[in-house]
Design a protein around this ligand. Structure first.
Ligand code: VG1
Ligand code: CO
Length: 543
């Protein structure tokens, strides 16, 4: 065994986006590309000698190769130990759980989330800090800076570790422990939820389907839902994780999770359906012929949290990303707790959770989570819903209708225009910015515009400032139109348009969201020239 110093040259564009560095597999496969980023990370996170690093990923193509490189680099750079999931598998929330439980220095998570996988598709890597959460912007920026002047990296020259065998091994003087990817996470779930009550629910007439979409939550769903909770075998569908996600697009929404949607909107539909994404941090919740928007899901969880053992003493506060609807704000106001509005991306919730200011967090992009870990958590959200259903013994639809009756309904939709020319996408946002001074006080879609701005966030805990987090048109009645560019794509630009309108009158709660928001949708296009500039006459995906 010898430790090698390898000469290298910087690659352009290794700046982490909303959630780590995501690029095509072919880009990551270039000699030194991954190693440069890993060395830049190790150079930017402080003194970890003698400490533990957690490594795991969503099992996509290139996961195993990447893990072997990372383990050898961890050894050469002075980590004492690496904890890695068997088969290289750790869902994103499970990685967060393991980092926290074993007091690791941090972790490297290999995932491009729901982006398609395979030799011609996407790969990704991100660094999580010792709290278990995504590295804050100051760290990701330092990593990026380092990638631009890197000249060498350190890697042990030794054979690969057998990732398929659990146990403790030695590699270049460092300990490598291959752990079961599910056990620690399953233990944590059992400490939060009333598994007896959920087991009883599942043993009765109630039926459910969980779609793992051939991605990382397969083994977690099998062990927890079919194993510990004793749901009938077959409750978890598409449960075998595949390197290419079975050729699918494991994004749990009405477009991509169509197999599940067909079941829940078909004859003899089960009472409950749920799906998770490629790396297990997103969730979609469905009832019998009923879709729960992620924004409403967060609000319902907040309003019902005390029914769940892990949250029985109440929640300290909630946080939502700025584009997420204000449904949770109304619950927070009723509970007399704080509601924080952060930029898009889970890294902005970490400080609030560490400081005990919030317990529940959520994003409109099918992400919900709590301070049990520092990532959003798909299966946790499913279990949270099952616990509520077990206690309330009502249908999903009735829980939502009751919620809207109490709090009013925030009609909400997101329209994505994917793969748009980058300059045209920038121009769409600029067109709105150019009207910032003239729009306020005028009427649009029958509503009075109050203000327009570029959303900026000052972290209430450490005072750090994040600018340009979305272009907003805010109306007097609380309605909103928001434009943002995605920070997770790997080709072209994706324009996201977020639309929200509040309805207090329960006689008007039965509309389809697209109908309720129709005038807002037209107005968003008129103001931004979105369709003309993108050359699209409709969105790629509507959620
Ligand atoms: C998207 C979502 C954002 C989420 C991020 C990572 O980012 O909008 O809410 O935190 O993905 O989720 P963007 O920049 O493309 O809008 V995941 O499950 O892809 O790790
Ligand atoms: Co994800």
């Amino acid at each position: 065994m010898s430790l090698n110093t390898i000469s290298t040259q910087p690659f352009d564009g290794q700046r982490p986006g909303t959630s780590g560095l995501r690029k095509k597999v072919k880009v990551f496969q270039q000699p030194h590309y991954l190693a440069n980023f890993v060395q830049a990370t190790f150079d930017s996170i402080g003194d970890f000698s003698g400490q533990t690093l957690v490594v795991g990923g969503d099992g996509r193509y290139f996961n195993r190769e990447a893990i072997q490189i990372i383990i050898k680099m961890a050894a050469a750079n002075g980590f004492a130990k690496v904890l890695v999931g068997q088969g290289g598998i750790l869902s994103t929330p499970a990685a967060s759980c393991v980092i926290r439980k074993y007091k690791a220095f941090g972790g490297l998570i290999l995932s491009a989330s729901h982006n398609p996988a395979g030799p011609d598709e996407d790969f990704g890597i991100k660094y999580n800090i010792g709290s278990g959460g995504p590295a804050p912007e100051a760290v990701t920026e330092a990593i990026f800076e380092r990638t631009s002047d890197i000249s060498h990296y350190l890697i042990a020259q030794c054979p690969d570790i057998d990732l398929d065998k659990q146990g403790s091994f030695e590699l270049a003087g460092m300990q490598v422990e291959v752990i079961d990817p599910v056990t620690d996470y399953a233990d944590l779930m059992q400490s939060l939820f009333d598994f007896d009550a959920i087991r009883e629910l599942l043993a009765g007439e109630f039926s459910m389907v969980f779609d793992a979409m051939h991605a990382v939550t397969g083994p977690y769903g099998k062990t927890i839902i079919e194993g510990i909770l004793q749901a009938p075998v077959g409750t978890v569908i598409n449960a075998e994780p595949k390197e290419d996600f079975g050729g699918g697009h494991p994004d749990p929404n009405l477009t991509y999770a169509h197999e599940l949607v067909d079941i829940l909107y078909g004859d003899n539909a089960p009472a409950f359906g749920a799906a998770s994404d490629g790396d297990g941090d997103r969730n979609m919740v469905l009832g019998d012929h009923f879709f729960v928007t992620p924004s409403d899901s967060l609000a319902v969880m907040a309003a019902n949290a005390t029914l769940v053992p892990g949250y029985k003493d109440g929640i300290s506060g909630v946080a939502r990303s700025m584009p997420t609807s204000a449904a949770a704000d109304r619950v927070a106001a009723a509970l007399g707790i704080d509601c924080f509005e952060t930029p898009t991306g889970w890294k902005f919730f970490g400080n609030l959770m560490d400081a005990g200011r919030v317990t529940l967090c959520g994003e409109e992009s099918f992400g919900t989570g709590s301070d049990h870990v520092r990532e959003k958590d798909g299966l946790w959200a499913v279990l949270f819903w099952l616990n509520i259903l077990a206690v309330r013994k009502e249908s999903v639809a009735s829980i939502l209708n009751d919620h809207w009756q109490r709090f009013g309904r925030n009609y909400y939709s997101r329209h994505d225009y994917e793969g748009v020319d980058s300059a045209a996408a920038e121009q769409v946002l600029q067109n709105v910015r150019d009207q910032f001074t003239t729009l306020p006080g005028t009427e649009l879609a029958g509503r009075l515009i109050k203000t327009c701005d570029d959303f900026a966030y000052t972290d209430p805990v450490d005072g750090s400032i994040s600018k340009n987090q979305g272009v907003r048109i805010l109306f007097e009645d609380g309605s909103r139109i928001i434009f943002r560019l995605s920070g997770t794509g790997t080709s072209g630009a994706t324009i996201r348009v977020y639309l929200e309108s509040y309805e207090a009158d329960s006689d008007k709660h039965g509309l389809d969201a697209q109908d309720a928001l129709a005038d807002m949708i037209t107005a968003a296009d008129a103001i931004s020239k979105l369709r003309q500039l993108s050359g699209r006459d409709k969105p790629t995906v509507i959620t």
